[in-house]
Unconditional design. Structure first.
Length: 284
């Protein structure tokens, strides 16, 4: 890896909290593997407006990852927003090019890539998403715009958020989208009619590794199940799904693919995917 010098390009994560992020480890490993004069750091940011002024002013900054709680608020500080990110209403990636800031959402592309690489029949498929937050929004728009799903069902506990997402998807993509409150009963009605189940809630995330919002009795071999939770690598939902004969896709794959998308936007080079995956696998 070249020494850090006046020509080093800086990439950074902005959010709060950022202390436990795996992004610095995977991006720096990728930069080092390819011998690129880039470095990636994590920055705790409370004053987003001030941070964005600084990013615009510092010519050595090439790329920014944006995480909670800034993915929506950051939009107003950008010069351009890629179409899918604008439809989603959230940005997780910024490219700085001679002071011009452009926003992207690689959660959307990363989620769809992880599903396709995992063998999920998403293209023109029948899909069930659990949750209606930022990740669910990103994946839902990618499915409706890029995969042109035949039908999408969204089950979530926050009725207002879920209904707003359904309305946005119908208006902006024309997709056939329905939804309901997330209960065992609504799950029981939806699961027999879908091919893919995508879990986008925090349920089952460490330290609450014994939790799941899908009773194992509802899981059946016709399903492909993706859980976007990546800590632990094998959630209870994925373990239950595997026992039921389902194809499963780990959350690590989506996290990896969204990072790959960021890396390639910043460097304009193919990412060393296996190097990045090895760092993620070794972090657990």
């Amino acid at each position: 890896m070249p020494p850090i010098d006046a020509k080093t390009r800086l990439c950074a994560l902005i959010g709060n909290p950022v202390e436990h992020s795996l992004s610095p480890a995977i991006h720096n490993a990728a930069f080092q593997h390819l011998g690129l004069n880039f470095v990636y750091v994590a920055l705790k940011v409370e004053d987003l407006e001030g941070a964005m002024r600084g990013i615009r002013a510092l010519t050595g900054i090439r790329g920014i990852s944006v995480t909670i709680p800034h993915k929506i608020a950051v939009l107003r500080y950008l010069d351009e927003i890629e179409t899918t990110a604008r439809n989603i209403g959230a940005v997780n990636t910024i490219v700085s090019d001679s002071g011009k800031l452009t926003g992207f959402n690689t959660d959307a592309s990363g989620g769809l890539t992880a599903l396709r690489k995992g063998g999920a029949p998403v293209d023109e498929g029948r899909i069930l998403i659990l949750g209606s937050g930022g990740a669910a929004r990103a994946i839902a728009f990618a499915l409706c715009i890029e995969a042109k799903v035949a039908a999408l069902t969204i089950l979530a506990i926050l009725d207002q958020e879920r209904d707003a997402l359904i309305r946005d998807l119908r208006q902006k993509t024309g997709a056939a989208v329905t939804g309901d409150h997330l209960t065992p009963q609504s799950l029981g009605r939806a699961i027999p009619n879908v091919q893919v189940l995508i879990h986008c809630t925090p349920v089952g995330m460490s330290p609450n590794v014994g939790e799941t919002c899908v009773p194992d009795s509802l899981l059946a071999p016709h399903l492909t199940v993706m859980d976007i939770v990546y800590n632990p690598l094998e959630t209870r939902l994925l373990k239950d799904a595997r026992r039921a004969g389902c194809r499963t896709i780990r959350g690590l794959e989506m996290f990896l693919q969204q990072a790959v998308g960021q890396f390639e936007l910043w460097t304009q080079q193919p990412a060393p995917v296996e190097v990045m995956r090895a760092v993620l696998e070794g972090s657990r």
